[in-house]
Design a protein around this ligand. Structure first.
Ligand code: ADP
Ligand code: MG
Length: 341
């Protein structure tokens, strides 16, 4: 007998601090930044996702942009609910026949508390879910990159998202040990904002800093294939006038060094806490990097040097988790042990 008969209207949501992705009917149908723009009068939703991000840091007093998640969990309940509702609406496109009342499979960080789980469940229910199932992110990420997590073979996942870096060893459909730190993509971005102000007297916004990180970000001060210098504009703190300067990747590597060292330390600690038989698996399987932070230049190389282990950057690391929970909706009976109710 089938325990879970998932329907084609069921959806899987990777509700991330930085990005929310939705899988439905065999495809990733929504991939938007986790941000919402709200008008002060009547709390009207003005924009969600990419459109709201365009407004971020450019708003007037009547408009607020909110990132409802912080450190992987819901920080603003009302905004989260409105955002989920809006993103789920996008799944149906313009179809009038798409009912938003589905069963939802949502990914959650492994270190989440009961209260935080409740917040995810409630937000999804208020946004129209009939039933909500949750799956821990490291398991979803492993599944999403094609690892058979049901086997007694350990894999270490290092998922570097916006708010948190989650490190976990998964085996036999469960998490054996995990470590989570609040040093991840957002911290790297604010390191760049601080550095530009301190060293170049240049005030830049979060979006420009993130762009620098993507264009010339690096975990190593010497790269074999370095990116070209990048022009960055902001406000000169001395004159108050907009100006443009050139930034090189090695300057950014220097800026990010301390935070990356924290990620390294957390990986080392997780390795120390890994039971010996699994340590032996990890010695041969290596470490899998997922999440947007995995794309930082030279990070894999740096972790390889530190741990002396094979380190792999997942294909399309930003989509690992949503692919994993998508698999769960396709094969609910097989992956039933993964569901957190
Ligand atoms: P979350 O699951 O928390 O929403 P994601 O896995 O979507 O996070 O990753 C988002 C983070 O990855 C952001 O901090 C973003 O700046 C960062 N990121 C995306 N692309 C790159 C890149 N090419 N280099 C470095 N960081 C990146
Ligand atoms: Mg994530």
């Amino acid at each position: 007998m089938k325990l879970f008969n998932f329907l084609s209207s069921d959806i899987a949501i990777d509700l991330g601090t930085a990005n929310t992705l939705i899988y439905h009917d065999g495809d990733i149908v929504v991939d938007e930044p986790s941000i919402i723009a709200i008008h002060k009068v009547g709390n009207k939703v003005l924009a969600i996702g990419q459109q709201a991000r365009q407004m971020h840091e450019k708003t007037n007093e009547n408009i607020r942009t909110i990132r409802p998640l912080k450190d992987g969990v819901i920080a603003d309940f009302t905004a989260a609910e409105l955002m989920i509702r809006g993103l789920v609406k996008m799944v149906g496109g313009n179809s009038r026949f798409f009912s938003p009342s589905h069963r939802m499979v949502v990914s959650i960080p492994s270190g989440i508390t009961e209260v935080e789980k409740r917040a995810v469940k409630d937000s999804c229910e208020h946004a129209g879910a009939k039933e909500v199932f949750m799956v821990y992110e490291p398991l979803a990420a492993a599944l999403g990159i094609g690892i058979d997590i049901t086997q007694p073979n350990g894999t270490m996942i290092v998922d570097i998202g916006g708010g948190t870096t989650e490190i976990a060893v998964v085996a036999l459909s469960g998490i054996v040990c995990e470590q989570s730190i609040r040093t991840a993509g957002d911290v790297l971005t604010s390191d760049i904002v601080d550095y530009m102000r301190r060293e170049h007297n240049l005030l830049i916004g979060e979006r420009s800093a993130e762009q620098i990180k993507i264009e010339v970000g690096s975990a190593l001060s010497e790269l074999p294939n370095p990116p070209a210098d990048y022009d960055i504009r902001g406000r000169d703190l001395m004159t108050g006038i907009p100006k443009e300067i050139k930034i090189s990747y090695s300057e950014i590597a220097y800026t990010l060094d301390k935070s990356i060292a924290k990620i390294e330390e957390a990986v080392m600690k997780a390795l120390e806490n890994t039971p010996p038989e699994l340590a032996s698996d990890i010695y041969s399987n290596g470490i899998q990097l997922t999440g947007g932070g995995a794309l930082l230049r030279g990070l894999d190389q740096r972790l390889r040097a530190k741990t002396k282990l094979p380190v792999h950057v997942a294909d399309d690391p930003l989509k690992a988790v949503v692919r994993g929970i998508g698999e769960v909706t396709k094969n609910p009976d097989l992956y039933r042990p993964l569901l957190v109710m």
